[in-house]
Write a protein that binds this ligand. Sequence first.
Ligand SMILES: [Zn+2]
Length: 444
Amino acid sequence: MSEFLIKNADTILTMDDARQVLHGADVLIRGGQIAAIGQGLQTSGEVVSGQGCVVTPGLVNTHHHLYQNLTRAVPGAQDALLFGWLQRLYPVWARFTPQEMFVSAQLGLAELALSGCTLSSDHLYLYPNGARLEDTIHAAREVGLRFHPTRGAMSIGESAGGLPPDSLVEEEHAILDDMIRVVDAFHDASEGSMCRVGLAPCSPFSVSRGLMRDAALLARDKGVMLHTHLAENEEDIAYSLANFGCRPGQYAEELGWTGDDVWHAHCVKLDLQEIDLFARTRTGVAHCPCSNCRLGSGIAPVRAMRDAGVPVGLGVDGSASNDMASLSAEARQAMLLQRVANGADAMSAYEALEIATCGGADVLGRPDCGRLAPGKRADIAIWDTRGVASSGSWDTAALLLAGPTQVKHLFVEGRQIIRSGELTTIDLPRLIERHGQLAQQLMQ
Ligand SMILES: [Zn+2]
């Protein structure tokens, strides 16, 4: 069993139940778990110096569309609102194959890892030209991140009054069959699991009421989680009122889409009643501040959600709407955006880091992740605070107020996947070259 000792860290932000902050302490990693935290620990394994470093739990990404890494900064989609943005990109995504899915997932996961992420979900809701959910699962295995892929879906095409072109939607019985297939093949419910599959119809405006309800019934039957987009902007609310005669929160509740096994992306436009509903039912929210800014969707009421007791995690969202997939930058943006809405004391750097770590882990149903304590999974980010970005900082709050934005070392399930700023699991320069070639082909 492999063993590492992170020795003499300047600061350890544990995010444990007591929210302990330790100085000059060590973290002992044995196998996939944290064996001990304290001073003067010994090891027969490898020692990793924590001097000059802040140690945090690995960050948790609760919303992404990894395939979108091949469509960053697309002209015509750069300045559009959500619905126009989607209509510009759907025809490009319709040309993807399993190769695009695999390579873009690897690139996106590598980018996340460098920004301190150890656990990421993904929402893949289109399957053109033979693409399958396992294209991304295989990518995550090679990069080494803990992965919660969700089997997304769209079933209402343009001809039926929906937004996506007919070529990108699937028959609902085929969607449900494939949901069953991927859960049976890839979902691992065990403690320390590296892969948990969720079910994720894309959004209320791209699938039917029947599929939303059936997916919820199937998820409960299989014991897996549910995910979708909800209340993203004003257009989204108007669509709900016009087509369902109610607000998104009521629609979700009627179809079984509330509970601690459900998390919704964005929720920018939840009203106070909906916030209360989510708090009572422990329904989770994936807050995606950069995407919300980029698409002009608004400022999610995260302060009100947190005060009410809604579980909130962070998501970078797809790279066609961010277009950056840095989770550390996302945490900083979450902090800044609440200050824009509610004043300078609305969210501290420490609270933003809490949302990015244990907050996200709880949203994904992973209390074994997102905190540093004996018995928890060894998902650990080590940030070197001796570089230019954090020089002159008086306090560890600088991690979000100043930087760095990339990790020095990263452990996932006790395996070191980043060493001195370099990925140990894949050839990143080669991956970037291949990814760039695929993007070039899509531009033609
Ligand atoms: Zn999204």
